[in-house]
Design a protein around this ligand. Structure first.
Ligand code: NAD
Length: 490
């Protein structure tokens, strides 16, 4: 890994709005600060877009829409491929930038660059595979042609927890499908998106195809874009309450929508599980991204006969963590994103303890600079505790027990969320039953990480609508059109 000079890197990251192929300040001249959560130091001041700026970005996306939709798929694909290569070439820069603005340890940012870049390669390849079909109608009186077309201008809203991957997972398929976009990154972590969009400009993406608005007025700016009849699609990744309210707004324009929302992942450990693998999977499923992932295991549901052993082993692993600034060598757990996140995690732990849970390690915020929370394990968590119903979004592993498979499945499905589940068992038939019984869009069967650009990522129930990645991902940005023609022999 190349050592990146933080200051020099930050000087190279654009801080304006990117509209119609040009960097510009917000019309009001306003800016807002982006901070390092491990020190609270200001990293940069970026443009604070108003409603008018947001609509100017949509104007640019609309103006560029026809030309981009009619650009040969191979050309679109090769631009994405070139972007993939350049992200890989600048791997260390992107990793450092994410660690600075979001806090995760460099090794994890490194993993996200690989994952995030892969969406550019995958969808660059998919661009040339958009197909249709030609058929004879059953009566033999006509011919049906089914074709796929870009949905039109899209609005993409991304969260702060995976600054690169959440952007490429939307921008990649949208561009491959022939759609132009306005991207609104989270105001907590806009720098990675700005750096990435500068790279897209550098590889020769035509003006207006990708536009970026950074703003602290997410609500008003988004509302105006969503209400504009020229917009055809909204893709959102973030919390369920915000997603729900955006869906209601999108309903007015009957917009196509993709919603990647919150999760409350169950992690099942059966009595026949390979406990070494389960512990290893648990550490990834829980502590990756400092627990701040929609896919983070939220409830460890462990067979009563192995619960004590499992708790002892994960506690030992947690004691090996080094908490600190993500840029520092050897750090394995970074800060939480802000003070609200600390208070949320802490209140969930306190509530569980007040209902009889035992803290095996951690359990408190860390005093001093930055927003750090001790990696924590709580066990004997009572049914009804908030930690089992709410997204923890922090480094807290909470354990409940079960006695048989039916009970495990009942507890796992007892949530309005349905993004991902994890299950560890050596019994193949049980694994197959779980595929059919667990109400989630994804299942990690004897693995602790499911994310992969070639697979359809997404949830059911209140975890969302639609899929990102895989063969399915590009269809979120395509409309199916059907044409009837007469029997050419009649
Ligand atoms: P959030 O809902 O607060 O914000 C997400 C994005 O929406 C940000 O860009 C934010 O600025 C914007 N936003 C906030 N209020 C808005 C409004 N009224 N109108 C328009 N935009 C608005 O979520 P977050 O805290 O950034 O991210 C964490 C959440 O995201 C968690 O619930 C997590 O589970 C979820 N998430 C889901 C996935 C997934 O793929 N399912 C992936 C990552 C994160």
């Amino acid at each position: 890994m190349t050592v990146i000079d933080e200051k020099k890197l930050l000087e190279r990251v654009p801080t304006g709005l990117f509209i119609g192929g040009q960097w510009r300040q917000a019309a009001s001249g306003k800016t807002f600060e982006v901070r390092d959560p491990s020190t609270n130091a200001v990293l940069a001041s970026v443009a604070d877009a108003s409603v008018d700026d947001g609509l100017a970005a949509l104007d640019a996306a609309v103006d560029a829409a026809h030309e981009w939709a009619t650009t040969p798929p191979r050309v679109r694909g090769e631009l994405l491929r070139r972007a993939f290569e350049l992200v890989v070439e600048r791997h260390d820069e992107f990793a450092m930038l994410m660690t600075l603005e979001m806090g995760k340890p460099l090794a994890e940012s490194d993993g996200e660059v690989t994952y995030g870049a892969e969406f550019l390669r995958w969808f660059g390849e998919e661009a040339a595979r958009i197909t249709g079909r030609y058929g004879v109608n059953p009566e033999g009186t006509g011919r049906t042609i089914v074709s796929q077309h870009p949905v039109g201008p899209c609005f993409l809203i991304t969260p702060w927890n995976f600054p690169l991957a959440m952007a490429t997972r939307k921008i990649g398929p949208a561009l491959a499908a022939g759609c132009t976009v306005v991207v609104k990154p989270a105001s907590l972590t806009p720098l990675t998106t700005l750096h990435f969009v500068a790279l897209l400009h550098e590889v020769g993406l035509p003006a207006g195809v990708v536009n970026v608005v950074t703003t602290r007025s997410s609500g008003p700016v988004s509302d105006a874009i969503i209400a504009d009849p020229r917009l055809r699609k909204l893709s959102f990744t973030g919390s369920t309450p915000v997603g729900r309210s955006l869906l209601a707004k999108a309903a007015r324009g009957i917009l196509r929508t993709s919603m990647e929302l919150g999760g409350n992942a169950p992690f099942l450990v059966f009595d026949d599980a390979d406990l070494d693998a389960a512990v290893e999977g648990a550490m990834k499923a829980k502590f990756r991204n400092i627990g701040q992932a929609c896919t983070a295991a939220n409830r460890f549901i462990v067979h009563a006969s192995v619960a004590e052993e499992f708790a002892r082993r994960v506690t030992e692993k947690v004691q090996e963590f080094t908490v600190g600034r993500g840029t520092e060598e050897g750090v394995t757990i970074g800060p939480l994103i802000n003070q609200d996140a600390i208070e949320k995690a802490d209140s969930l732990v306190k509530d569980a303890v007040s209902r009889g849970a035992r803290v095996l390690v951690g359990g408190s915020a860390i005093e001093g600079e930055g927003t750090f929370y001790e990696p924590t394990v709580v066990t004997d968590v009572a049914a009804g505790s908030s930690i089992l119903t709410e997204e923890i979004f922090g480094p807290v592993l909470s354990i409940v027990t079960f006695d048989d498979e039916d009970e495990a499945v009942r507890i796992a499905n007892d949530t309005e969320y349905g993004l991902v589940a994890y299950a560890f068992t050596r019994d193949l038939a049980r694994g197959q039953r779980l595929i059919e019984r667990l109400q989630t869009g994804m299942l990690g069967l004897n693995v602790g990480v499911v994310s992969n650009a070639a697979a359809p990522f997404g949830g059911v129930k209140q975890s969302g609508l639609g899929r990102e990645g895989g063969f399915e991902g590009i269809h979120e940005y395509l409309e199916t059109r059907y044409t009837m023609t007469p029997d050419p022999f009649a």
